[in-house]
Design a protein around this ligand. Structure first.
Ligand SMILES: Cc1cc2nc3c(=O)[nH]c(=O)nc-3n(C[C@H](O)[C@H](O)[C@H](O)COP(=O)(O)OP(=O)(O)OC[C@H]3O[C@@H](n4cnc5c(N)ncnc54)[C@H](O)[C@@H]3O)c2cc1C
Length: 387
């Protein structure tokens, strides 16, 4: 497995870092304070081609791979996790399922705008009674002649209510399946529900403690009718399809977390060199220097872990365990680095105007979203044949 970035990959990372520092970072404090996602920044990301990074040129993409997408997410995550998760969800949860499982008609209808960042889409899996246990999904979709009738609710759905959100892919129970032993379980499928469809309500955005500039809403479906052609992928393959979606998403969250851990490290180094206490820069106190050294080690480990998982995914190798491990170590790295950086900033680290304060609030969700870290441990244990 290759661990060094190629020149092209390094150039992509540097370009997005530059964009993050000059365009994204200056608006981040205000966007976080006002809980608002900047559609201007999203538009510029679209013009840069970030939403099309891992897709072939034939469908309007940039011809890159999953590693390329994750490099961009890491670069953004250093300075603004809300913007980074907007890209991650738009591509991994919005466009990728359509590219991978969509019909030619669905691809033609949605991919051009999604890959250009002119439209966003969400993926609705989580429900009030079904989070870690997706098998507990209660939302139903019943086929009535040539229409699906969707009833139920979803919660915490990213990118579901922006001014350019085109649709949400909804995981729903479409029937019952009989197993080999005669027992039955739920048949889960995924269905595209366009925003604006009668009966589909996007609730008010949440008052979140972190990722406050990203777009997250509860959704309700009350007798929502969509054409039968809106089934995404094979009927009954919903569960298998979104497991692949989640596995890949874990690599992207790991990249985001690595960016956050790197951002905290950069801030801590700069502050420790210039903040004088007891007549010397605090960096000259060994405890502070060792704390920062630990932060650097965490960033390195996290980056190696997600690079490995992404290169495996791109090479068509099994990557479930590696993705789970990457998400586990990198989200912990982000959380620990955010805590250490905040401590190094002293009282200033408690002020929302500092990046470290925002990372402190933002990083917690990295240990929860796209499968909690307990779920990652379950996945790793199962891959080892235990648990
Ligand atoms: C900002 C934000 C954005 C999100 N975006 C999306 C989105 O776009 N689409 C989407 O579908 N979802 C989204 N989610 C939902 C997210 O994926 C879930 O919150 C997450 O999977 C956890 O589910 P839960 O909240 O229901 O927690 P629960 O499943 O209720 O878990 C509660 C606690 O119990 C633990 N636990 C559960 N089962 C076990 C077990 N067997 N062993 C040990 N511990 C266990 C969990 O690890 C956790 O600590 C988002 C959430 C947030 C906060």
């Amino acid at each position: 497995m290759q661990y060094q970035l190629s020149d092209e990959e390094q150039e992509l990372y540097d370009t997005v870092c530059d964009f993050a520092d000059t365009v994204v970072a200056p608006q981040s404090y205000e966007a976080d304070r006002t809980h608002s996602l900047s559609m201007e920044v999203v538009g510029q990301m679209g013009e840069m081609g970030l939403f099309g990074l891992p897709f072939p040129e034939e469908v309007g993409g940039q011809g890159g791979d999953y590693l390329a997408l994750c490099l961009a997410i890491e670069a953004l995550g250093r300075v603004d996790q809300s913007i980074a998760i907007t890209l991650e969800a738009a591509v991994g949860l919005g466009a990728m399922p359509v590219y991978r499982h969509g019909t030619d008609e669905q691809k033609a209808e949605y991919l051009p705008d999604l890959l250009a960042g002119r439209a966003l889409a969400g993926f609705g899996l989580t429900e009030p009674e079904a989070g870690s246990d997706a098998g507990a999904t209660r939302t139903t979709a019943v086929l009535d002649r040539d229409e699906w009738v969707v009833n139920g609710s979803k919660q915490f759905i990213t990118n579901s209510g922006t001014p350019i959100t085109r649709f949400v892919t909804v995981a729903a129970v479409t029937g019952e399946r009989t197993r080999h032993d005669g027992s039955t379980d739920k048949e889960l499928s995924t269905i595209i529900v366009p925003n604006g469809t009668p009966g589909f309500t996007v609730g008010p955005g949440y008052d979140k403690s972190g990722w406050r500039a990203s777009d997250t809403h509860p959704l309700t479906f009350d007798g929502v009718r969509v054409p039968s052609a809106n089934l995404l992928g094979e009927r009954g393959r919903g569960f298998a399809n979104f497991l692949r979606t989640l596995d890949e998403g874990r690599i992207a969250i790991a990249a985001l977390a690595t960016g956050a851990a790197q951002g905290c490290l950069d801030e801590a180094v700069a502050y420790a060199k210039t903040r004088n206490v007891f007549g010397v820069p605090i960096a000259s106190h060994q405890y502070i220097a060792f704390t920062i050294a630990q932060m650097q080690a965490r960033v390195h480990t996290a980056r190696l872990a997600w690079h490995d998982a992404a290169r495996r995914a791109d090479a068509g190798l099994p990557f479930k365990k590696e993705a789970a491990m990457a998400k586990l170590v990198s989200s912990d790295a982000a959380m620990l680095n955010a805590r250490d950086a905040t401590q190094i900033f002293g009282g200033m680290g408690f002020m929302n105007e500092t990046l470290v304060a925002r990372h402190y609030r933002d990083s917690k969700i990295l240990e929860i979203g796209e499968g909690t870290n307990e779920v990652q441990l379950m996945v790793i244990a199962r891959e080892l044949g235990i648990g």
